[in-house]
Design a protein around this ligand. Structure first.
Ligand SMILES: Cc1cc2nc3c(=O)[nH]c(=O)nc-3n(C[C@H](O)[C@H](O)[C@H](O)COP(=O)(O)O)c2cc1C
Length: 376
């Protein structure tokens, strides 16, 4: 589901149609190499699984299934702050396979610090700070359904498993002054309370009698994100971690310049798959401006609108170092769990390799703007 009239989601895919590949002939492409190096690690393909929150909506194995798919292919999983499974369990499922952690910058500094420490402890190669979702976009389909998963405690497992967050929840529950309502609860309220109790760590029967599950949801809604964040705050994050800091959601070249000025290690050009600002620039249209400003100083990654292997080649030709894939593997996950997610990514990778062969390139670094023409 995307924002508003879905214009940005359309702009994302339309942008790919305006670029055409111009294949080259009589090049020896018998052996090809799709690998790339990012943050000191060689990856088998320039593909990452984008951070996706609340995966339990797609499949009951949620993040664990995503981890199995990523591990089967050796592609990095970007673990979401809004995971349905605590990051430590997802990391265990990943084995030695690469993982990055995506941070939503909470209003509470202790929660931020704790997430960052945990991300390092689970062996993340990078910290992806998502900037474009400090408030949720106007998602009309969600609004029609009155659906906010977090209000049912879905997708808040990183928080309920976090010691700093748990301290806030306990303090909130201890200081609660409101007495229980004597109104008859609606069926929706009962379902929500049951969901909160199920999602809170520990025994369901104890949770049903405890104030903590509901206090956790309320605390989450209070501290989820910080709309007052500014460039100056990045220094605090830098002082807390040695991990590469990658900013996700950059679209304006001036923001790319500011990101470099503030010493970030990477950028993801993204509009969150069109889920935030309706009528925003298509992500692929934003890519060349950012690539131009960055001028090779840090890797520029890309997402929003990748639907096939040829799309990956176009994004790389416009200067992306790698791409994050969102919805496609989530659809696979919904249909067939880890196998489904893996199959989607395998197909994407296969089409990338085949497109490289047919365009006359043997390796990722040979993919450049000379392969592109504007559509008439
Ligand atoms: C259902 C859904 C949940 C998402 N959750 C997150 C998230 O928790 N954190 C984040 O940084 N991005 C999140 N995203 C955005 C993706 O990481 C990515 O930017 C986007 O899906 C890419 O566009 P695509 O779906 O067209 O590939 C989410 C996207 C979707 C569709």
């Amino acid at each position: 589901m995307s924002a508003g009239q879905q214009q940005t989601a359309r702009a994302n895919t339309d942008a790919f149609a305006r670029h055409r590949l111009v294949p080259r002939m009589l090049v020896d492409v018998e052996t090809r190499d799709t690998s790339v190096e990012l943050f000191g690690r060689r990856l088998p393909a320039p593909l990452l699984l984008a951070p996706i929150g609340v995966l339990e909506m797609a499949h009951r194995d949620a993040d664990l299934a995503a981890a199995r798919a990523a591990r089967a292919l050796g592609l990095p999983l970007v673990i979401s702050s809004q995971g349905s499974v605590p990051m430590e369990r997802t990391a265990a499922e990943l084995g030695d396979s690469p993982r990055w952690f995506q941070l939503y910058w909470s209003k509470d500094d202790d929660v931020v610090d704790s997430f960052v420490e945990r991300a390092a402890a689970i062996g993340s190669d990078a910290l992806v700070v998502t900037l474009d979702t400090h408030v949720l976009g106007w998602r009309t389909k969600d609004l029609d359904l009155g659906y906010l998963p977090f209000a049912r405690a879905e997708g808040i497992a990183q928080y309920t498993s976090d010691p700093a967050f748990r301290r806030l929840v306990e303090a909130r529950a201890a200081s609660a002054t409101t007495s229980p309502s004597t109104d008859r609860p609606t069926p929706a309220a009962v379902r929500a309370l049951l969901s909160m109790a199920r999602h809170y760590p520990g025994d369901l029967r104890t949770n049903l009698r405890s104030p903590l599950p509901r206090a956790a949801v309320e605390t989450f809604l209070d501290v989820f994100s910080r709309s007052s964040l500014t460039w100056g705050d990045l220094a605090r994050l830098r002082s807390r971690t040695d991990l590469p800091i990658v900013l996700k959601g950059i679209q304006h070249p001036d923001d790319a310049r500011l990101a470099l000025d503030h010493g970030v290690d990477g950028i993801v050009v993204s509009n969150h798959g069109g889920r935030q600002v309706d009528g925003a620039i298509g992500s692929l249209d934003a890519l060349p401006g950012v690539v131009g400003v960055v001028d090779g100083r840090v890797p520029v990654l890309f997402d929003s609108g990748i639907r096939g292997g040829a799309d990956v080649v176009k994004a790389l030709a416009l200067g992306a170092a790698a791409v994050l894939v969102g919805r496609p593997w989530v659809y696979g996950l919904a249909l067939a769990g880890a196998d489904g997610a893996r199959a989607v990514l395998e197909n994407l990778w296969a089409e990338l390799d085949l497109t490289m062969a047919l365009c006359g390139v043997r390796s990722i670094d040979q993919i450049g703007p000379d392969l592109l023409a504007e559509a008439p």
